[in-house]
Design a protein. Structure first.
Length: 255
């Protein structure tokens, strides 16, 4: 910083760091003839705010592109019908979107229901609320078959190893249509892969949303038989809430 003839005017060089998609870049801001450097501070604050807005827009665009959130479905949406029949489901889903308190177990919201009952609507509402609370946190969605494929390749392909770690470290992980592809149960490798991911994710402190196409009464021992004991016990490590959706949503009602 150099002083010129005017006591209130300075030439300022300010070095700052910016983070772009995980890369730290060093940027020099050179501002000439600024009154006491205040203009420089305001300019840096403006650039920080604009970069934060750009990062928010990029993250939101990625979640929309990947189908994790849907611009139509969020808590409070006029298209999301609420009534006595779905009040409990709505409240449980909204509670899952709130961060666990210190000392609480990570939350698991298990959403069960037939095709068209509103599972995708509800999990999108949770993901949107989570993103709104903290856009910088990692939100991921995967299926059982994806988990098995990545688990098989992660020791051989760096991209799959990175994807596995992203799932593990996600603050909210959504497993969509777990054991819902028409089969009666998971195979042994799927059980091992899904159970391992659930254990690692739980240890990392992340919360979980799982959707399943299942009968409302197909829980308990029937669910254990369908998922395998390792996956079933891994799910029970979370603080579990179960929502059973009945009927068809027609993309308005939740059940």
């Amino acid at each position: 910083m150099t002083q010129n003839d005017n006591a209130n005017i300075v030439e300022t060089t300010v070095s700052t760091q910016r983070v772009y998609d995980g890369l730290i870049l060093h940027i020099d801001h050179i501002t000439n003839r600024l009154p006491n450097g205040k203009l420089a501070a305001r300019e840096i604050a403006r650039e920080d705010r604009e970069e934060s807005e750009r990062q928010y827009a990029r993250r939101r665009a990625r979640l929309l592109r990947e189908g994790i959130i849907d611009a139509r479905w969020y808590f409070g949406s006029k298209d999301l019908a609420q009534g006595p029949d779905n009040e409990t489901a709505y409240d449980l889903a909204k509670a899952c979107a709130a961060r666990p308190q210190a000392g609480e177990l990570p939350k698991l919201l298990l959403i069960c229901g037939a095709a068209g009952s509103g599972k995708s609507v509800l999990k999108s509402c949770v993901a949107t609320q989570w993103f709104t609370h903290s856009s910088a946190e990692i939100i991921c969605e995967c299926t059982c078959s994806e988990i098995a494929n990545v688990s098989l390749q992660r020791n051989h392909r760096e991209s799959d190893a990175d994807k596995w770690q992203r799932w593990v470290k996600s603050s909210l992980l959504i497993i969509d249509n777990l054991a819902s592809d028409g089969r009666d149960s998971l195979n042994s490798f799927e059980i091992q892969s899904c159970g391992q991911l659930l254990r690692e994710h739980h240890r990392a402190g992340g919360c979980l949303v799982v959707t399943m196409t299942a009968d409302a009464d197909a829980l308990g021992e029937q669910l254990r038989a369908r998922l395998g004991n390792f996956v079933y016990q891994s799910l029970l490590e979370y603080n579990v809430d179960v929502i059973k959706l009945i009927g068809l949503s027609y993309r308005r009602d939740l059940d």
